[in-house]
Design a protein around this ligand. Structure first.
Ligand code: IMP
Ligand code: MG
Length: 184
């Protein structure tokens, strides 16, 4: 695989994003809502980089998809535990690809009347967008390649890598592009 973003570059950028989030919430305690499972490393590092009080919660979105293709019709597998009416919420996602997952989550959460809903994503793959979603904080833009690491998986592998890498076609083939049910 080819390393696209080094661990050091990720840490530097996550620190910047954390400061931006703090700056944008001078008078509230924002609720970070991580989208499981891909968000885990990003959320954990982001929390350490946000120098103001904040809380966390998580959602999980189901996906029927080929291992390297995004789903078009998401559904909520795990809902929030906290109420968000009147609160400042920051959705935290690993990557925005087609945009369907975030568009769905945004509509679902906006219907509950938060004071403000912002979106933070570590990675943005703009070439693949099918639904426009407003992104408030973007770590890095990536080319139209299948990427893994720093929370992102291919068939549940590679999430632990501290960097982001692109898989080669051969690596994608050899893993077996079997249809499966999983979480994002
Ligand atoms: P979207 O609904 O097409 O925007 O897809 C979002 C979800 O698909 C993300 O939360 C990821 O879990 C997954 N995904 C999209 N692209 C990639 C990738 O290149 N590597 C790993 N997961 C990806
Ligand atoms: Mg995933």
């Amino acid at each position: 695989m080819e390393v696209l973003i080094s661990a050091a570059d990720i840490q530097r950028r996550v620190c910047e994003v954390g400061k931006e989030i703090a700056r944008d919430h001078p008078d509230s305690t924002p609720l970070l809502v991580g989208v499981l499972n891909g968000c885990v490393l990003f959320v954990a590092d982001l929390m350490k980089a946000i120098p103001i009080p904040h809380e966390i919660d998580f959602v999980s979105v189901s996906s029927y998809r080929l291992a390297s293709q995004s789903n078009r019709s998401p559904a909520l597998l795990k809902d929030l535990e906290k109420e968000i009416a009147g609160r400042d919420v920051v959705l935290v996602e690993d990557i925005v690809d087609s945009g369907h997952t975030l568009a769905f989550l945004r509509e679902t959460l906006l219907a509950r009347g938060p004071r403000r809903l912002r979106i933070a994503t570590l990675l943005d793959k703009p070439d693949r967008r099918e639904r426009e979603v407003p992104l408030d904080y973007v770590g890095f833009a990536v080319p139209d390649r299948f990427v893994v690491g720093y929370g992102l998986d291919y068939a549940e592998r590679y999430r632990h890598l501290p960097y982001v890498a692109a898989l080669t076609e051969a690596e994608i083939e050899s893993e077996g592009a079997s249809r499966r049910v999983g979480t994002r």
